[in-house]
Design a protein around this ligand. Sequence first.
Ligand code: UD1
Ligand code: CA
Length: 453
Amino acid sequence: MTQDIVILAAGKGSRMKSAFSKVLHKVGGTAMVRRVLTTASTLPESKLHLVVGHQGEQVEANCQDFSANIVWQDNPQGTGDALRRVAPYLQADGATLTLYGDVPLIRSSTLAKMTALSTPNTLVLLTIALDNPTGYGRIVRDDQGKVIAIVEQKDASASQLAIKEVNTGILLAPNKHLQTWLASLTNYNAQGEYYLTDVIAMAARDGVDIVTVNPENEAEVAGVNDRVQLAALERELQKQQAIYLMQNGATLLDPSRIDVRGELITGQDVIIDVNCVFEGKVVLGNGVEIGPNCHLKDCQIGDNTVIKSNTLIDDSQVGESCDIGPFARLRPGTELSNHAKIGNFVETKKARIGEGSKVNHLSYIGDTDMGANVNVGAGTITCNYDGVNKHLTQVADNVFIGSNTSLVAPVHIAEGATIAAGSTITKQVGEKQLAFARARQTNKDNWPRPVKK
Ligand code: UD1
Ligand code: CA
């Protein structure tokens, strides 16, 4: 059965106290509404509708790639009102699943359980029993246990307030019935709003079966209203991700001190020390070890590479058995071949470093094509920028570069060349040549030191 999926994101979110739409605040590095859109996109044969209102331009601009039908809800008057605005776009047959832009951790497996129960005469409701149901709509059942209504907190009687089973807000309703129910919603309630939840009593009245499904865990249906709840959900997601990593063969020295804001793929026997942050897509090969306080973003790390503490890697490819850090910074476009070594206080950018080459201390290597088995002395800098353009430094295999060398690009150092320490290299150095490019030292005998006047 084809399915419409409506994601509500028109609310004000005033408790966030933010200039940005609530649903654009991130959980695990991704805007909440984008998480919901991504999850919704996994359901087959579905058509996405995104209801926007407050700060709706921001939401629309940030979600364009999902090509959802954007429905504006100016002057929002409740969840039922939101669905009414979408009503003209719903398919004649099929069913409509309602999701929330501020309930980001809902799982597709749970939604699939709901859709499996959907028929033209069934309404599927996602409910959960909570120790503290305060604030939620309560699920009212009759003597036979059949759902007959949802009563909002503000409209509930004392006995209804004692009900622990609550409405998560997520429901799946057959379109033919839904259209009729939406048309007859009223706003005669404590909040003067059109409640989507009122369709439950209408369904019961019309003899539609109301079935309930429970999520796998509470976090799936937790909504974010303020930054305290946002932080709590972030911790919950990080905990889930840490468990997943460990179950897949990674050792986390402290699973409560890792942050994955994107996708982290780990090989076997990866060891990750504390306070590491992973962003975008990061792939770690087998046996990779990462020291404390590292930040890795959009990179691929080959088998058995060791990354020591306080290293930053962004948009780079690292080969196998490399040795990086501590305090290294690999900027975008860095490519390390196997067994390369990048030591402390070394910055690389758009640099290909060949197999077994070493840049061990205090260097900047940018816009560089370096061969294999090169040794770069401490303090060596590629002068890649003339103030207007960037230029390439080429270093062939087996070159030895003495400490504190400036390589003024464009420049080419041929195979097996040696550069004396302290040189400023502006011209090509040929194969196996030794280049000195520094002032010659002069020593004066018996130099009279200046004396204080
Ligand atoms: C709603 C449910 C309640 C449920 C709870 C779960 C109704 C009437 N009540 O209550 O039973 O327990 O969710 O969290 O549905 N929104 C719009 N347009 C509107 C109003 C809301 O897009 O006109 C969006 C909000 O941005 C939000 C979501 O709908 O993402 C829920 O709205 P909210 O006002 O927070 O509903 P609750 O009072 O929490
Ligand atoms: Ca809410």
